[in-house]
Structure formats: C-alpha cells, structure tokens
Design a protein around this ligand. Sequence first.
Ligand code: ADP
Ligand code: F6P
Length: 483
Amino acid sequence: MSKTIIISNRLPLQISIEDNNLEVTPSVGGLATGLKSFHRDGDSIWIGWTGLTEEEIPESLAQDVKKRALEEACVSVNLTAEEIEGFYYGFSNRTIWPLFHYFMEYTEAELSFWEIYKKVNQKYANEVLKHYQEGDQIWVHDYQLLLVPNMIREKAPEAIIGFFNHIPFPSYEVFRTLPWREEVLEGVLGADLIGFHTYDYERHFLSSVSRILRLQVDFNEVTLPNRIVKVDSFPMGIDYEKFEQAALNHFKNTSEEQSDLQNRLDHHLKTTPEAKLILSIDRLDYTKGIANRIRAFEYFLDRNPEYVEKVRLVMLAVPSRSNVPQYQRLKREIDELVGRINGKFSTVNWTPIWYFYRSMPFENLIDLYTSCDVALLTPIRDGMNLVAKEFIATRTYHTGVLILSEMAGASHEMNEAILINPNNFEQISSALKQALEMPKEEQIQRNKMLQKRLKRYSVEKWANDFIKALKNTKDNRNDSQSI
Ligand code: ADP
Ligand code: F6P
C-alpha cells in the first residue's frame, strides 16, 4: 500500500535531554501544529530533525531518540552542530527567511551558508530515498528544504513529489537579488505540484520562474523539457474541532466571565466591570511586528487616557531562533519597550502590559485565547498566521474581536476581522478603540461568519486538497505519456 512521506526541517515533536532522560514537547510553529493532525489521522511517515544535534545525543541514548520518534511514525535526521549553524541558523534563517519576508537589510549572502545548505538538503533527500517505495507520495515542506524536490527527482525520476512553502514567496524584484536564485528555483521545480498559501505568492513564484529561468509559464503550469509542473494556492487551515473542543472543555470548569486567567487578575481589573484584555501570541520574530504593536499600544493609551486602568495587553512571545543576532536584538528591544511603557503608565493598581517570554502548554494557550476580549496580531509579513484562526475557533460564545494585519496570508480569508496596516499606528489605535467598543451583536455576527469559513476550510481539507491535486499530477503524467 502506498504511503505519504512528509518531510520538513523540524519534526512535530522536539526532544531534549534532562538528567539522561528524554523530554518530549510538541514543536511550535504553523507547519508542525497544522500538519500534525493530518499525520496523526493518515498513513504517513514524517522525516525531520528532533531539535538535538548529534553532539548533544550521548551514544547511550541514540537508539532511544530514534525509537521515541518512531513511536509517532517519525524518522529523525541526524544533524551536527556545524550543520545546524550553517543550514538552519545560517542560510535558512539569515538568508531565505529575511529575504522572503522583504527584510532585505537583514539578508546575508554568505557562500559558506549556501554550501552547507546544499549539503544538508542532500542529507534530507537521501533519508527520503531510503524510505521511498514506488507509488508513495512525497510531500516536502518549507523554505529550509527548497533543493530537496530536485535532489529526490534526480535519483527517483518517476516519484510523485509535492512541495509546499509555508512562508511568503517575495516579488520577482526582491527574489532576483539572491545570488543562488537559479539553483533555488530549479530545486523547487523538481516537484510535480508546488503549493503556496495565497494567490499572490503563487504569482510571484511564477513570475520569477519565467523571468529568471526563461521557462514557459501558462496560467499555473510550468513547462519543463520532460514534464509539467503545476503551481497552485492552498490556504492552510487549522484543526478547527480540536480548538473548539478544547475551548468547550475549558468552559466546563469555568464560565465566559471567569476563566483561569481572569481569576488570577489583580483585584483592580477583576473588580472593574468594563476592563478588557487584549491578547497577542507569536514566536519572537521580527516579521511578527511585536515592537510596532507595543508602540501602537502606547500611542493608543496616550490618545485615549480613559482606557488607563481599564485595558491590559497580554503578550506571549515564544522564544525562537535565539542564535540569530536579529532575534537577540529584538528580544532586547522588546524587553526595553515593555519596561518603558509599564514604567510610563503603571499605577499602584494596574500594569498595562503582561509579557511572557516562554512556551506554554496547550491548555494555557486555550486559556489565553478564550479569556481575552481582543486579539491584536500585527505581523509586518506573515505567510499565513494560524494564531488568528485559532483565536476565532476558540470563541465558542461567538464574542471577541480580531484585529489582524493585512500583511498576513490569513487576512485574505478573514475579511470580517478588523484589518490594519501594521505600520500605521493611528489606524491600529483606532482599530483598538473600535474593537473595545464593538457591540456584542456585531462581534457575534462577524465571528459566526469567520467560524463557518474556518470550519469548512480546515487543515484536513487543506491537506486532502493538496494530496488529491498531487495524485492528479500523476494521472496527468500518465495521460500525456500515453498520447
Ligand atoms: P509561525 O508558523 O510563523 O510560528 P503561526 O501563527 O502560523 O506562526 O503558527 C504558530 C503556531 O504555534 C500556532 O499553531 C500556535 O498555536 C502555536 N503556538 C504558539 N505559541 C505556542 C506556545 N506557547 N506553545 C505551543 N504552541 C504555540
Ligand atoms: O511556519 C513557518 C515556520 O518557519 C516553519 O517552517 C517553522 O516550523 C516554524 O515557522 C517555526 O520556526 P522554527 O522551526 O525555526 O522554530
């Protein structure tokens, strides 16, 4: 029987070693949380990295790490500290990540990163080839593995290969600045089907293919000498029922008004009936617009002093890629901003920002989603932003307001949210006021429409649509061969 081989840089489980014991936690990030349900329900294996370098795994535990991954149908790829440095922290997160998110000033064109990126992509491709059997579908994920599709194709020309990019694909004018632009495009074109979250990313990719490689592009097909590659958009959804059910379970023990978080509020906010909580959740990443968001909150309090002692920004930032200098600088900037604004506005009764810099268990995440009144998500650029969708799925009373950046892929499907330009403080400030004052009936009306759409376009549908389209490319290939 054929299977799907999922391959991504990170596995959905992260392993660490404490006192000679393995500790396993779920991976954070849209790719892992989204694909996990597809993997759990289907017949697939998942190849990727556990988060431990070869040097960090004592010989006595090497088999245990493999075994633990296998329990979840995962195969671990061994990467050395040097490989992680050049491939993950280097080319993936100091070259491609900033470039694809339009942070050109952060983009480093470092030859040694590129060399090691190629080597590690080959390592992933080899691992896939070890498990591949004719008839399997291979599904490669994201910008860390752009060369893998063609590396597999070279050894298994008949293979059915799909590639999905979880981050934006930039416009041709930005992409063309990459020194290795031809190799990267050729790497991805090893796939039969290439998927993006939005139609814009798809068009940008096709424009680069036609202008840089001078290949024939007809609508959404690229013609290669011996095959046709399909390119399409598949907006990723969430496991809607999981979030809805978790919220319902959460409310079994609490009520809409008195969640865990609200019970733990200081006396002042708890006893202020009109008090409201504003939530933000992201990995600590410069693309997420966290610093802008805090400044916009300051702008809001400056212009709307009647909200002093009545609102709180609850901000969860999950540590991410902390070896990369830009992330270290951002961490310092945010610490400083939170300290300054809390210092500026705090009263003996009240602190305007609650800031958590850590990962949190799923239940706490649900507590945050369900107990806040407004979600304020302001990425400067974001491939999708699943947090926006998760927030809406947990609003089982249909109340709550989402303020979302129009630069997030998710904004294309979430028109009923208040959409803002993350660089416009004045607009964010008025959006906050609008959200805090929005009548309940209007909140309910907007959320019901969002919920209906998110329920229908779940992650399951996203994965099934992609795999179905991938299988169709095989049928197309057979058709064209028989003509
Ligand atoms: P990205 O993929 O860039 O990190 P997304 O918003 O698309 O951004 O996805 C983030 C994912 O990480 C969401 O599914 C969210 O539930 C999950 N997540 C965020 N914070 C935490 C946390 N503290 N613990 C566990 N999962 C988290
Ligand atoms: O969704 C984009 C993404 O970069 C994924 O590829 C990745 O798994 C996630 O964000 C988290 O990033 P990282 O794996 O670098 O911690």
